[in-house]
Design a protein around this ligand. Structure first.
Ligand code: APR
Length: 182
């Protein structure tokens, strides 16, 4: 577990289930269709209920599929969180198809959208490191660097990384050791 500050923002790395987090918003590792899926996406739609999918359908009807690295926002339905920010991480190929930059964009655009909506606290999952097979040690460094950089310019009350397994939490803790001292 890491519990520290970046500027005036509390930054926490913890093991848990993102659908149970009481931050104002949680971030969903969605796919471009926004029609739900497995992993985090499936868990959030299951816990949040059908209203989230209804709002996603309206967004897709209005603006089409969500490009990789972009983010949109819906209500939280039955979740403790008031909002869900849906973003699409890159599918890992070989690291030479813009995956690092697209992953950074997913974090950065989620933070920017939260800021735009006056959201004070949000929780991230480990985007792209499940079905999208992004190597987690690289993804953790990209994620934590993106968040650290954003928090140097903007302030939240709290940003959380919610890792599903102890193993993933340890990878993020090691990555934070490096990122926070670089
Ligand atoms: N809370 C926190 N983290 C979770 C949870 C949960 N309830 N469930 C899964 N995770 C973790 C996984 O262990 C993994 O480390 O989230 C991370 C991201 O894994 P995925 O959910 O598979 O997301 P991703 O790799 O970005 O793939 C996205 O999978 O579910 C589909 O619709 C989704 O097509 C999209 C793709």
């Amino acid at each position: 577990m890491v519990d520290t500050c970046v500027g005036k923002t509390r930054l926490r790395l913890l093991q848990g289930d993102i659908t149970q987090q009481d931050t104002e918003a949680i971030v969903n590792a969605a796919n471009s269709s926004l029609m739900g899926g497995g992993g985090v996406d499936g868990a959030i739609h299951r816990a949040g209920g059908p209203q989230i999918l209804e709002e996603c359908k309206e967004i897709v009807a209005r603006q089409g599929r969500l490009p990789t690295g972009e983010a949109v926002i819906t209500g939280g339905g039955r979740l403790p969180a008031r909002y869900v920010i849906h973003t699409v991480g890159p599918i890992w190929q070989d690291g030479r198809h813009g995956e690092p930059e697209l992953l950074r964009n997913a974090y950065y655009n989620s933070l920017a959208l939260a800021k735009k909506h006056g959201i004070r606290s949000l929780s991230f999952p480990s985007i792209s490191t499940g079905a999208y097979r992004f190597p987690i040690d690289q993804a953790a460094r990209i994620a934590l660097t993106a968040v650290r950089d954003f928090l140097q310019e903007h302030e939240f009350a709290e940003v959380r990384f919610v890792l599903f397994s102890e193993k993933d939490l340890r990878v993020y803790e090691e990555a934070w050791e490096e990122v926070s001292s670089s």
